[in-house]
Design a protein around this ligand. Structure first.
Ligand code: GRF
Length: 192
């Protein structure tokens, strides 16, 4: 029997996506969630990981800037793939180099629109509404050295009605994230 592939989830915030992913891969035959890593001691993602008995680990910003510390930890957990689920720091080039085409991110808009530095969380949805877009959605993509520019592996759309605000849009997009992210991770990891 082949060894399962290990995933580390990196999350800075509430961790609703992390929780869906953990739940989806519980008792999975070929994929295992090895750890949840955060740069935010108060991240809800940590509590959610602990509840599910998944090892969690906090590293500060300096650690993420001196990536051998992170790489050592990833190695100790035999991590094969990294999933960014609301992770707000840039991934150091050294980490990208060690995990080429093996880091997956989710972005709450239809890239290449509404991506790049500063485009996260509600900033994204507010800009989309302000520009009177008629649709938004999610983008799941690989991570390279530039923010939100790696190869897109999946997108899903939702429509925006004229009276919709950023909050409502955010809820609609979150629904799409929860619905698709775990399955797309599974498909990608099983085929790479
Ligand atoms: C999601 O909207 C994701 O697209 C973005 O950060 C948010 C994370 O939400 N990258 P949560 O912490 O998983 O609830």
């Amino acid at each position: 029997m082949t060894e399962p592939k290990n995933i580390a989830i990196l999350a800075s915030g509430s961790g609703s996506n992390a929780e869906k992913i953990i739940h989806y891969f519980k008792n999975h035959k070929t994929i295992n969630i090895a750890s949840v890593i955060t740069n935010n001691e108060n991240a809800g993602a940590i509590e959610r990981a602990e509840k599910a008995h998944i090892p969690s680990k906090y590293f500060n910003k300096e650690d993420f800037e001196t990536p051998h510390v992170i790489l050592q930890y990833l190695k100790s957990k035999e991590v094969d793939f990294i999933v960014l689920a609301g992770f707000l720091l840039k991934i150091a080039p050294e980490i990208v180099a060690q995990y080429p085409e093996k880091i997956i991110n989710i972005h709450p808009a239809l890239l290449p629109k509404y991506g790049g530095k500063g485009m996260y969380g509600n900033h994204v949805h507010e800009s989309v509404i302000l520009n009177k877009e008629t649709e938004s959605g999610i983008t799941i993509h690989l991570v390279n050295d530039n923010y939100d520019e790696g190869r897109i592996i999946f997108q899903a759309k939702c429509s925006i009605s004229p009276q919709m605000g950023a909050k409502q849009l955010s809820a609609k997009v979150q629904q799409l994230e929860h619905q698709h992210f775990p399955k797309i991770i599974e498909e990608f990891v099983e085929n790479h």
